[in-house]
Design a protein around this ligand. Structure first.
Ligand SMILES: Cc1cc2nc3c(=O)[nH]c(=O)nc-3n(C[C@H](O)[C@H](O)[C@H](O)COP(=O)(O)OP(=O)(O)OC[C@H]3O[C@@H](n4cnc5c(N)ncnc54)[C@H](O)[C@@H]3O)c2cc1C
Length: 583
């Protein structure tokens, strides 16, 4: 049934009439655009989702599918209402009273109800993570668990042929030709890889077997892995919803070339797909959700000039081309303290010869047996801090990248390093291609990296002495709940610290890579685009990474981009279609 609907959902531009009218036209089929489309179509609105790429999902499909949503379930044993108050205090302490405070208040007031509505009216489902702390644990109001929710895995077979429309997960996060373990499975597979004969490993293998068998079956049938996890699960669930919405249409390989405006704001949009062009009428809302500016050459040069695009983990279609049209309609692009969101990344080669980008979010750098030095051989940051501030620190540091993530053999065996998996899977290939550097002792590692021998030796000695005591006297590593959570569970007194003593030693080059836009278009609390004078532009809404982040360039916790993306999608649709649109 879903397969039949797919042909109705995805159309070609030449099947639309010149002047055709839609209630809602969405540019961009990532999490923000798909959520807005699914909600609006659920209310019976005629919806057109216009996607420039040949696949849906954008950067959202590459994510962990985590949303920061205070007030949905409550945190740390507090009720949703109490959590909302504490989350407000947390953001106030962390970000202060800037011009985005009203948007943050709206987000906090609405997040719980918005997520509940999305779960009730679409196929999106979320689960609360048991232990997923906010990123700045020493600020009043920070929570240890409950605010981060994650997309529940999805059976992609329900999509029929539309499964092939979803952008696959980051290759660097998959194994065995596209198998993408979810968070729990990643932990289970590490046990299998590092301690294969243990009881835990046996249990994990039993648990993994059905998924593995299905994956092999998928590959034999020549299709992608049908068990969708994380960001792919979120996108799959939204696409599944749209397949059952008769008033929704998706156009692929199509872009807007002009916004038609009048005294009342945006009234239409000119679209192009290959040689075909159509001008369509917008009745209620034109929503821009094209995923931000990270791959817009001109804007990137202006805002992120010191970091090349090849360090970016953002989906390659996010070229910001719709932004010129928004500016033409008067929308104001506003910069933040940090224009982008960051993570330390390394650059493994892919089998097809292209370059991959591996974001070091959680699996190695904050574990015992790892440290990071600059190209002078000195530590210069807390390796267990959140990825965004890690990236910012790399950029602010006066020694240019790469930095080096260094580990000993015991740590690499247990946790892997970057694209090398726990158990050392893939190590030989990565050594061959030069992604990983190996040496028998610190002096030879320093030589291989072109780092001063004595400096690196002293750095490791000092780090090891601190690690033995469980106290990082230089950078206070592993002291907040987030940092401890990144470390090795149960290891005391400091889960994040362990000495490097077992040869050989390994290193991977690290760069500050961008994972999203923080600067973007100004909006009001209903996601309406604002002009330079702060006036809303009629029928024009901005969502997701196109919208200026409400966090002022800060990264308070897991999911602070996808959380606001879907909550403001609901607020935009509610404003465009009326308060009771979902009743
Ligand atoms: C590896 C990784 C993991 C991450 N994990 C998380 C996480 O777990 N939680 C979180 O909150 N954030 C996460 N982020 C950040 C998050 O991915 C983005 O903030 C989010 O995906 C933005 O969603 P979006 O819908 O605005 O854009 P996207 O998902 O990027 O979608 C934009 C879509 O618009 C299309 N498009 C571009 N230009 C045009 C045009 N002119 N016309 C039509 N279509 C166009 C693109 O092809 C794309 O499909 C992660 C980022 C990365 C790189």
């Amino acid at each position: 049934m879903a397969g039949t609907r797919q042909h109705e959902l995805v159309a070609r531009l030449d099947t639309l009439e010149e002047g055709d009218a839609f209630d809602v036209i969405v540019l961009g089929a990532g999490a923000a655009g798909l959520t807005a489309g699914a909600l609006a179509a659920g209310a019976g609105a005629r919806v057109l989702i216009v996607e420039a790429a040949g696949l849906v999902g954008g950067t959202s499909a590459l994510t962990a599918g985590t949303l920061w949503a205070p007030g949905r379930y409550g945190s740390d044993g507090l009720s949703p209402a109490e959590d909302r108050v504490r989350a407000g205090r947390y953001l106030e302490q962390l970000i202060g009273a800037d011009d985005l405070a009203a948007l943050r208040e709206t987000f906090l007031d609405e997040a719980g109800a918005a997520i509940e509505l999305i779960e009730r009216t679409t196929a999106a489902r979320f689960v609360q993570r048991s232990h997923h702390p906010d990123y700045v644990g020493d600020v009043d109001g920070a929570a240890i668990q409950g605010r981060a929710i994650e997309a529940v895995d999805f059976d992609g077979r329900l999509l029929g042929p539309a499964l092939a429309l979803i952008r696959p997960p980051l290759k660097e996060f998959t194994v065995l030709g596209g198998f993408a373990p979810n968070r729990d499975e990643t932990a289970a597979y590490s046990v299998i890889a590092t301690d294969p004969l243990s009881a835990g490993s046996f249990r994990a293998a039993l648990q993994a077997a059905p998924r593995m068998i299905r994956h092999v079956g998928d590959r034999v049938r020549g299709r992608r892995s049908s068990h969708l996890t994380m960001g792919n699960a979120l996108v799959g669930r939204l696409l599944y919803t749209l397949l059952s919405r008769p008033t929704a249409t998706v156009l692929l390989h199509t872009e807007a070339t002009e916004l038609v405006t009048g005294d009342s704001g945006v009234t239409g949009v000119r679209l192009r797909s290959g040689t075909v062009g159509r001008t369509l009428t917008v009745r209620s809302a034109l929503i821009s959700a094209t995923g931000g500016f990270n791959r817009d050459g001109a804007r990137r040069a202006e805002l992120l000039g010191t970091t090349p695009e090849r360090w970016s983990a953002v989906a390659d279609g996010n070229r910001g081309r719709a932004h010129r049209l928004l500016e033409g309609a008067g929308a104001a692009f506003v910069r933040q303290g940090s224009d982008a969101f960051w993570a330390p990344v390394s650059l493994p080669a892919r089998r097809d010869g292209s370059q991959g980008v591996y974001p070091h979010f959680a699996l190695d750098r904050g574990k015992p047996g790892f440290l990071v030095v600059d190209s002078g051989g000195r530590r210069y940051l807390d390796e267990s801090q959140a990825y965004h501030t890690f990236g910012e620190t790399m950029i602010a540091h006066d020694v240019v990248p790469p930095a080096f993530l260094i580990a000993d053999a015991a740590a690499v065996r247990r946790y892997g390093i970057g694209a090398v998996r726990p158990g050392g899977w893939g190590l030989r290939r990565r050594l061959r291609e030069g992604y990983v550097v190996q040496a028998g002792d610190p002096a030879r590692l320093a030589d291989a990296l072109g780092v001063d021998n004595d400096v690196l030796r002293q750095t490791i000695e000092r780090f090891n002495a601190d690690a033995e005591r469980g106290l990082d006297t230089q950078f206070c590593r592993g002291e907040t709940p987030y940092q401890r959570n990144l470390g090795a569970r149960g290891r005391e007194p400091n889960p994040s610290l362990g000495p490097l003593r077992t040869p050989p030693y390994y290193a991977v080059r690290l760069y500050p890579g961008d994972i999203g836009s923080a600067s973007g278009f100004a909006t009001d609390e209903r996601a309406r685009a604002l002009d330079a004078g702060g006036r809303p532009i009629g029928r024009l809404y901005i969502l997701g990474s196109d919208m200026r982040s409400i966090m002022g360039g800060r990264y308070p916790g897991p999911g602070i981009t996808l959380g606001p993306a879907v909550v403001f999608a609901h607020l935009a649709v509610r404003h465009a279609l009326g308060e009771d649109y979902a009743s």
